[in-house]
Design a protein. Structure first.
Lengths: 296, 282
């Protein structure tokens, strides 16, 4: 009955992703070939060959945009001069650390968003009372708020999780409220006609009807939670570990090693992608059997 | 059937309904009195705005009357709703697209808290009744409009309601599907002996199905006349070609136009004719 299997959809998505990655690398190096700094190659005998690009664009010079293979080399080199740990190992550790905070923030923010939406769908009064503050909360720059939250809750996990959930609850609240109110009014009447309680209407009608909306919001929240965790780590009250700290450190060392910052950014992007794919898989599983579930 | 023999399933007395809107007060229904006996098939017919759907919703306790009382099997409509005495079919099937056909039919039984084994048996029986048992595991979007509406009828009947409310259930379907489903509804009604209140725009449909046709006029909505349909059962395609069928259709039509109103004062009936013409455009 279901014409597209979720697994095939994912495999196809992954192949397309790899193709696009190759395209980006081609554009990246192509731009450097046209307007970057001179390329230097050393062969096994120690002879150096130099290729000088025809143009000179500062935006693609070796400081702004290091060669892809320089980033690759940096991943295998030690993270600091006197350390044994490679940059790759360091970044994997940092990503796991940040991912844990982001996952907790995603969970807390998601549940908070769900709870608020469930409250608002049953009480117009509560919605009118709280919604302006919820909207206002999102206009405060997280950069200003993160140090306050992290200092207030002490260095470490709790503050960072709060910062991450601060960014994730909002899209979930808005989309889930829309989803919970999405059923046809006649569907609600149908439930009432068989004496269904509000609780039953919520679980058997509103909640399942809201799921496509919820997953749209969770995909936004998945990536926002990582931004939140990184911002939470990378501030004075933040953390000694994680991608946020790595990005701050590598920012300071940018002149001597731009590859490291690029590597950290790529690590953050991959972490975000992993979160997104996880939510997408959950969506495909949860919405299987619905019309166009695979398209969502 | 619940309710003692001889008493009415539905008793509506002195009911009026006024809607308060930004534009002022609209009287949707005025002084409605109607009694429906057990096992009857009653159609409400009238032009747009005559309040026939509002009357159906009042019977089902989906809205409350401004004045007057609605009694179902001797108890207030609210009590009847909480006792799960209603089955409802809307113009759209209103199926839950995340549930299979059988899960949709099972929904009212789940709400009621019926055990899984009994529920499955009931769902199977209902799907057999509407001749859809081969589609139990399909999802609604895989079915045609007519089949979806049959699922919605099965869902309404699953709870074994003492009264089935149908609000223009075949209004969105093509004429051929509609006629086939009319025959099917008649069969289901005779098999289940459920009392049916049926809202429609279609005079032939009302005459073909009903034991009584309630003709209504708009602004404010009133009952102009109740016409007994004495066509023999079961009604078939031959019925649709009989002289008696045509003369009853004419009678309903002329009552709608205000030429045969009994005891009606001319004014609201005349407005019925006018709105019928307007309604035909929409």
């Amino acid at each position: 009955m279901q014409s597209r299997s979720p697994i095939r959809a994912v495999v196809r998505g992954a192949l397309l992703g790899l193709l696009f990655l190759a395209f980006i690398v081609a554009v990246w190096e192509g731009a450097k070939a046209l307007g970057g700094d001179p390329w230097r190659f050393t062969d096994a005998a120690g002879n150096e060959t130099v290729y000088t690009p025809p143009f000179k664009w500062s935006i693609v010079d070796d400081l702004s945009l290091p060669h892809v293979w320089k980033v690759w080399d940096a991943l295998n080199a030690p993270v600091q001069r006197q350390q044994e740990q490679s940059l790759a190992a360091y970044l994997v550790g940092a990503a796991v650390y940040t991912g844990r905070e982001a996952a907790l923030g995603f969970l807390v923010g998601g549940l908070l968003g769900l709870a608020l939406a469930a409250l608002f769908v049953h009480s117009k009064l509560a919605e009118r009372a709280f919604m302006p503050y919820i909207v206002a909360s999102q206009t405060i720059p997280i950069l200003a708020l993160a140090p306050l939250i992290c200092l207030a809750f002490g260095n470490g996990l709790v503050g960072i999780v709060i910062v991450a959930s601060y960014l994730t609850f909002f899209p979930v609240t808005i989309a889930e409220l829309r989803g919970l109110t999405s059923p046809d009014p006649r569907a609600v009447e149908l439930m009432r006609s068989v004496a269904a309680s509000r609780w039953t209407i919520f679980w058997k009608l509103r909640m399942p009807a809201s799921l496509p909306y919820l997953f749209a919001a969770l995909k936004i929240a998945a990536t926002a939670s990582i931004v939140g965790a990184i911002v939470g780590e990378g501030n004075p009250g933040g953390s000694q570990f994680g991608l946020g700290r790595a990005i701050l450190n590598f920012n300071e060392q940018y002149i001597t090693g731009p590859e490291k910052l690029w590597a950290a950014m790529i690590a953050a992007a991959l972490l975000g992608l992993a979160f997104f794919v996880a939510v997408r898989l959950l969506e495909l599983f949860t919405l299987r059997g619905r019309p166009n579930a695979a398209l969502g | 059937m619940s309710g003692q023999p001889g008493t009415s399933v539905v008793a509506i007395s002195g009911v009026s309904k006024v809607f308060e809107t930004a534009g002022g007060r609209t009287t949707a229904l005025e002084d409605i009195n109607l009694s429906i006996a057990p096992g009857e098939f009653v159609s409400l017919i009238g032009p747009s705005g005559c309040g026939k759907s509002t009357l159906l919703r009042l019977i089902g306790d989906l809205t409350a009357p401004t004045s007057g009382t609605v009694t179902i099997n001797g108890k207030p409509a609210r009590r009847a709703r909480l006792d799960r005495e209603y089955g409802i079919v809307f113009q759209a099937p209103v199926l839950f697209d995340w549930r299979t056909v059988q899960a949709n039919v099972a929904l009212p039984l789940e709400v009621k808290g019926m055990g899984a084994a009994e529920r499955d048996a009931r769902v199977r029986a209902m799907l057999e009744l509407v001749e859809l048992k081969d589609f139990a595991r399909h999802h609604p979007y895989q079915l045609s409009g007519g089949m979806q509406q049959r699922v919605s009828i099965a869902r309404a009947l699953s709870i074994e309601p003492s009264i089935l409310l149908m609000d223009e259930p075949f209004g969105a379907l093509d004429e051929m599907t509609r006629e086939r489903l009319n025959t099917e509804v008649q069969r289901i009604w005779q098999q289940t002996e459920t009392t049916v209140v049926f809202v429609t725009h279609s005079i032939p449909e009302a005459v073909f199905l009903s034991s009584k046709v309630v003709v209504m006029s708009p602004r404010p909505g009133r009952i102009v006349r109740v016409i007994d349909i004495d066509l023999p059962r079961p009604r078939t395609d031959d019925t649709r070609e009989s002289t008696r069928y045509f003369s009853l259709i004419t009678e309903v039509r002329e009552t709608l136009r205000g030429r045969r109103a009994e005891g009606g004062d001319g004014a609201p009936v005349a407005s019925a004719e006018r709105t019928m013409a307007e309604g035909a455009v929409g």
